[in-house]
Design a protein around this ligand. Structure first.
Ligand code: ZN
Ligand code: ZN
Length: 403
């Protein structure tokens, strides 16, 4: 067979456990999903322990692993991924944070961690962006609602510093502390504390916040930073595997991990990273981009959200929505389609779990593994066997004739 391109579709948190309400089936098993079942029957299935047996994955680590990267060598932390996902061009050595605009009282007690879920913080971020303290440059870029990314650039910085976010309202914003005895960590903590104090003063008297207070809304007058990480440049998928790669995702974190490994990012209208997302539009765009790229990654978030909310019926229905969007893939030529999840988010646990996830490989004309449908139980007997997420890229390259 010819070399195939690779289309990786990650249904975030799709894996689950049997639930009573669904007659002892998982949401995936209970879902009507003729397309996935056909692909499984004509392709090969397996079971994947994404970060190895017994490890509960976070989405960023899981995705980096599925893309074929070694976490010990290449993981840089949530901050850089979120910043990259907002389109920030991080340089090697930059320190990046996730951040919330929050409401702080006079003694810096956090009254609302999300500033009443302020709709837009573009103007406030702009006011803080592009400032300099003791030779360190600060960049502040708005995300959705109350979210933002903060980046520090300069010499002698370290990501070995603590978070500023107390993680619950009613507590004081935390002073940033160095986490080791290095001069760099001490310096970074000092400069960041100074920046946060200044930011509070500026934000507190910003016209937009004065207006909010007048309307009885909580002012967005403090920046809570967390997840410090130092950006490292890593070899791209092109450099490592010869794959020109692109990403079609709605949510920032996934775009960030994709950008980190050198994928091009595409915006698709209607791709929101929420259960209302336009999956058909995403798949159509993916098929189109397979003409230009050897590796296309599509991220679909909805299942994870329903898992966290414990809504198994909605999760099942969302899987049916995904399935109907996959119909055009049945006749796709010269492409290996992979459908899987980055972890399980069982509705009964409302959280990620270490349970392995089902995987399917499908390519028109491939030697079928005689799978009986696509689901957590059926995939345990699949031809791909039980494997680790760190082997997914290897297996994909082999099946695509690129090993
Ligand atoms: Zn996830
Ligand atoms: Zn989750």
């Amino acid at each position: 067979m010819n070399k195939a391109k690779i289309l990786l579709i990650v249904c975030d948190g799709m894996g689950d456990l049997p639930v009573k309400e669904l007659g002892g089936k998982t949401p995936l098993e209970a879902a009507k999903k003729p397309n996935m079942d056909k692909m499984a029957a004509a392709g090969k299935t397996g079971t994947m322990h994404v970060l190895g047996k017994g490890v509960i994955p976070e989405s960023d680590s899981a995705h980096l692993t599925l893309f074929g990267y070694d976490l010990k060598k290449h993981y840089v932390g949530r901050g850089p991924f979120e910043a990259l996902g907002l389109g920030i061009n991080l340089k090697h050595g930059d320190i990046a944070f996730r951040s919330n605009f929050a409401t702080a009282g006079q003694d810096l007690t956090i009254l609302d961690r999300r500033a009443g879920r302020i709709e837009n913080c573009t103007e406030l971020a702009k006011r803080l962006d592009n400032t300099r303290i003791r030779g360190v440059h600060f960049l502040v870029k708005p995300g959705t609602e109350h979210r933002a990314a903060v980046v520090m650039s300069g010499h002698g910085l370290s990501d070995k510093i603590s978070d500023g976010d107390p993680h619950s309202a009613g507590e004081k914003a935390l002073e940033i502390r160095p986490l080791n005895k290095s001069q760099e960590a001490k310096f970074t903590a000092e400069v960041l504390n100074e920046f946060l104090r200044n930011a509070h003063t500026i934000l507190d008297s910003h016209p937009l916040n004065l207006e909010r207070v007048q309307k009885g809304l909580p002012p967005a007058n403090y920046l809570l930073v967390r997840g410090a990480g130092e950006m490292k440049k890593v070899p791209s998928l092109k450099e490592r595997f010869g794959l020109r790669a692109c990403c079609i995702a709605g949510a920032g974190l996934y775009k960030g991990v994709a950008a980190f490994v050198g994928m091009d990012l595409f915006e698709v209208k209607g791709a929101t990273g929420t259960p209302q997302t336009d999956i058909k539009a995403k798949i159509a765009r993916a098929v189109k981009e397979l003409e230009h790229f050897e590796y296309v990654f599509v991220h679909i978030k909805g299942c994870d959200i329903f898992g966290h909310d414990g809504k198994c019926i909605e999760k099942k229905k969302f899987i049916e929505k995904i399935d109907s969007a996959l119909a055009p893939l049945l006749g796709l030529k010269d492409a290996l389609v992979i459908v899987t999840a980055d972890h399980s988010t069982p509705c009964s646990q409302k959280n990620h779990s270490a349970d392995p996830v089902p995987v399917l490989f499908y390519r028109v004309g491939m030697k079928a593994g005689r799978a009986k449908g696509f689901g957590e139980t059926a995939c345990r007997k699949g031809a791909l066997g039980v494997f680790s997420g760190s082997d997914l890229m290897k297996l994909a390259l082999k099946e695509a004739g690129r090993a």
